[in-house]
Design a protein around this ligand. Sequence first.
Ligand code: PGA
Length: 250
Amino acid sequence: MRKSFVAGNWKMNTTAQEALNLARGVAAGLGGVACDVAVCPPFVYLDAVARTLKGGPLAVGGQNMYFEGKGAFTGEISAAMLKDVGCRYVILGHSERRHIFGEQDALINAKVKAALAAGLDPILCVGETLSERDGNQTLGVVERQTREGLQGVAADALPRVTLAYEPVWAIGTGRNATPAQAQEVHAEIRKVLAALYGRNAADAVRIQYGGSVKPENASEILAQPDVDGALVGGAALKADSFLAIVKAAK
Ligand code: PGA
């Protein structure tokens, strides 16, 4: 049985004070929640948020990182730095990284391996654009991103990886995938994982759905058999709406 996992991706939002308030607000509402929950604030607030949440059940994650350990990489943050300030997770290959910043599968794969080596649990994002969906390429794109993102990841590290299916056309648009569309792609991702690692290993991996998840649509999407949680953007910026999604998780 997979334990659900809901993560809030705050993207480039909040002030320092808002970040602390939001983190404390989420933490305060988690009583009795059985699933794993994380918040992913901007880099500059990670340290303060992680200190505030230390010892509690609400985990902290980064939104990105670079794969090199250290050195002359101006503007970048390493896996060890994220770990050092108290992160457990890191989001990698988010569609905004892929499409605004030009990140490709090989780079994302290097980041996944570096995260695992540093003791961070990666959330590997995959998902098709609208033109890929309209061109019937969804399953092929998601298969490629999953295979290439996980290349060289050993079977014993796989349980630490979370996949996040985020159709690009559903992110920040208010237009979510239908529960059936989400389930179809999640089942395909699990098939790819089974081909790579075997059925039992694939059955243990958590696959989040992301893209305009809100309190109003969360229960239906999260009830799908292969949907094991959510990666939430806009609705994660208010403690109430994020908590309502967390409570809708299995
Ligand atoms: P959204 O973002 O919930 O605002 O659509 C999701 C994401 O990008 O992770």
